[in-house]
Design a protein around this ligand. Structure first.
Ligand code: GAL
Length: 394
């Protein structure tokens, strides 16, 4: 009896000491979270091999996602292969095929095209490899888990922010890539709020378009066109992300109306929060990436081992209600930059206010936050750790 207790204590201690990736448990039959695939990796001993297929690194946020997924995988002892498709569906499909051939145990996919990526899920499931849909939903498939933010709510936040401040006027709506389910959800959320005002004719939608590939120059063209058609009579631009906000702002600045026009955004990327600090962009949606990256990696391990996962939400993808874990977004403008993005160490204060004369920096709280930020480890990788924090390709 005593020996048995000693042995059990030894096993418990050994497991506690070992990092999660090294302490691979035997498969628990039928415990998989999404109910889709079984796993090729569950029966093997050794670290879980994760394939992370990304659409793009164009926006700063995706560089952060890559970095944080890499960090988490390293922390828990998983082996990670990251492939970036640069907006090409056939490349993304091939890269996933290659990772499956090499024998990954689980795939995390941030799809370029949510419809086309269904074939990736099918191919993976044929090999009993589970798939996590990352940030963007993979449509019409038996994808095992969806990890993202509350995207429709983000659209509502953008719409509400604009309508609270500009209850009447001419609006431009700039959506993202029509191939990205997030772009459609954002527009849905924006219209949940704006439609009653449009119906009352308080808000007139001058332009309602989607920017291919989330391109800033598409947003610039859409904004220029609406400015020309109205003789610069625009009061609000509901841009779906910071990249498109940047394009719209270039057009507004060229027409010398920026500052008078409310502009929304999303992603809290550095150039956008700098514009907010300068008064050139009105707001953004801040969605911390670390909880997303961590939940993707942690649940990838669980799915690979057929362990149960906790996914409180369900999102229908046209085929099934996908078990989902959706993080909370937050609206950020110049009034709460300090208490959100800077407090969290998402971007350092020195960078955010770089283009603002020092005497105009937020006062007492500013120096406290700056010293706090330098005194403690940052929960989010900051862009200073990115090699190229600005996109080279638009
Ligand atoms: C969306 C994503 C946004 C933004 C955009 C452009 O799917 O939710 O955060 O980055 O893609 O890549």
């Amino acid at each position: 009896m005593r020996d048995l207790r000693k042995f059990l204590l030894f096993v418990a201690a050994a497991c506690a000491l070992s990092v999660a990736g090294a302490c691979v448990s035997a498969p628990e039959q039928g415990a998989g979270g999404g109910g889709g695939a079984g796993t090729g990796g569950a029966s093997k001993v050794g670290p879980v091999r994760i394939g992370f297929s990304m659409d793009t690194l164009k926006e700063e946020r995706w560089q952060r996602d890559k970095l944080l997924v890499e960090q988490r995988a390293k922390e828990i002892g998983a082996v990670l292969d990251v492939q970036v498709a640069n907006g090409d569906d056939s490349v993304q499909t091939k890269q996933c095929d290659n990772m499956l051939t090499k024998g990954v145990d689980v795939l995390i996919v941030a799809p370029h095209n949510g419809e086309i990526a269904a074939s990736i899920v099918e191919a993976a499931h044929k090999q009993n490899v589970p798939v996590i849909s990352y940030d963007r939903l993979i449509k019409n498939s038996d994808v095992d888990l969806y990890v993202s933010h509350q995207v429709e709510k983000m659209g509502e936040m953008q719409g509400k922010y604009a309508l609270d401040r500009v209850p009447k006027g001419n609006y431009i709506l700039i959506g993202g890539a029509p191939t990205d389910n997030n772009a459609l959800l954002l527009r849905k959320g924006q219209m949940n709020i704006l439609k009653p005002a449009v119906d009352r004719r308080d808000v007139k939608v001058i332009s309602d378009q989607f920017a291919k590939e989330w391109k800033a120059d598409e947003a610039l063209r859409i904004t220029e066109d609406a400015l020309t058609r109205t003789g610069n009579d625009i009061q609000a631009v509901v841009a779906s992300n910071d990249g498109t906000a940047g394009g719209a702002i270039s057009a507004l600045e060229a027409a010398k109306v920026n500052g008078k026009v409310l502009v929304t955004g999303q992603d809290a990327q550095l150039d956008a929060v700098q514009r907010i600090a300068e008064g050139r962009q009105t707001m953004t949606i801040y969605k911390p990436i670390k909880p997303l990256a961590d939940s993707a990696v942690d649940n990838a391990i669980k799915l690979a081992r057929k362990e149960p996962i906790t996914a409180p939400d369900r999102v229908n993808n046209g085929k099934i209600d996908v078990p989902s874990i959706l993080q909370e977004p937050q609206a950020v403008d110049k009034d709460n930059l300090m208490s959100t993005i800077i407090k969290d160490g998402y971007h350092p204060m020195e960078k955010v206010y770089e283009k603002v004369p020092r005497e105009q920096w937020p006062k007492a709280t500013a120096s406290r936050a700056a010293s706090r930020a330098s005194a403690r480890p940052r929960p989010q990788a900051s862009p200073s750790s990115f090699r190229n924090s600005r996109s080279s390709k638009t």
